[in-house]
Design a protein around this ligand. Structure first.
Ligand SMILES: [Zn+2]
Length: 306
């Protein structure tokens, strides 16, 4: 099933906040949050966490990566739930320790607060604040939610270098977020290979070998059962299509990146209905995605950018 509504999406598994920028709560002896969305949604995440946990607090907040829309509300949630420990990769912790990264994350969260009306939520006055990481994790680390519920961490770079996916085998739950293709509002799967095409593809292939019943994605919807497996397979198909499209456009436009960006944007972004990523963010990411394909072409065929 494609799940685009906030609420319980599996046994003790709750998608909270807003479907465009959700967080995931897995209940147990030591409840775990996965990702922390955007700053302006902090009060909504906290309110919905309390609706599930009553007086209990999350013990963990596992971050997939250091992008502004996945760690925006950490400080707010830490203030609300002081017992909560923040976990991310060592690389993400390094990024989050850099003043220039913090300044960018803060600015983007400030800008994103203007989306509140479009998302149909109150804007509130929660701002991004820097926060400390409590635990860094790497490939194969395990964390306990309950004696029969274990979070396994997997290094799945390609969207960013600092990316961790999380797998709970007892629930067949995969928190992949943007390690897999990210659906837009129309169901088109965006290949978000921001740092390396092949590395991203290999991460997706690796995630595709897991036994998954519930799949948590970064934006717009999550899936269960057949649709979870379909999304994992489709992410690979769409990634190859994206690469072919970019290679074709690069050849036709003699390697002119800006001309290629215009053509890809016409396919992926222009004229789309529903809520869309803000244009400046889309364009910035698009350039990075196209360049990962260009680098691959240059490495294999000596193709030159104009
Ligand atoms: Zn991201």
């Amino acid at each position: 099933m494609v799940v685009d509504q906030i609420g319980e999406i599996g046994d003790g598994i709750h998608m909270l906040g807003h479907r465009v920028i959700p967080v995931l709560l897995v209940d147990g002896d030591r409840p775990a949050l996965f990702d922390a969305g955007m700053a302006f949604l902090g009060p909504i995440y906290a309110r919905q966490v309390r609706q599930v946990l009553d007086d209990r607090q999350p013990a963990w907040c596992f971050l997939t990566h250091s992008h502004f829309d996945h760690c925006g509300a950490v400080a707010y949630l830490k203030a609300q739930f002081p017992k909560m420990k923040v976990v991310c990769s060592k690389k993400a912790a390094d990024v989050l320790g850099r003043p220039n990264a913090i300044s960018l994350i803060s600015d983007l969260n400030q800008f994103a607060a203007g989306m509140a009306a479009d998302l149909g939520v109150e804007s509130g006055d929660a701002h991004f604040e820097p926060f400390s990481v409590d635990v860094t994790a790497g490939e194969g680390d395990c964390f306990e939610i309950s004696p029969d519920l274990t979070v396994q961490t997997m290094e799945t770079p390609g969207h960013t270098w600092d990316f961790l996916s999380y797998y709970i085998p007892q629930r067949k739950l995969l928190v992949a977020s943007e390690a897999l293709g990210t659906p837009d509002e129309t169901g088109y799967i965006v290949t978000a290979c921001l740092v390396d095409y092949d590395v991203h593809y290999q991460s997706m292939q690796r995630l595709g070998t897991l036994d998954v019943e519930t799949l948590f994605l970064g934006h717009n919807y999550s899936c269960t059962g057949y649709d979870a497996r379909r999304h994992m397979a489709e992410s690979l198909v769409q990634s190859r299509r994206f690469r072919n499209m970019v290679e074709r456009f690069l050849a036709a436009e003699n390697g002119n990146i800006h001309a290629v960006m215009k053509r890809v944007k016409a396919v992926e972004w222009d004229g789309k209905s529903g809520f869309r990523q803000p244009e400046p963010a889309y364009v910035l990411n698009l350039e990075a995605r196209i360049k990962t394909v260009l680098r691959k072409m240059q490495a294999t065929r000596g193709f030159n950018e104009s």
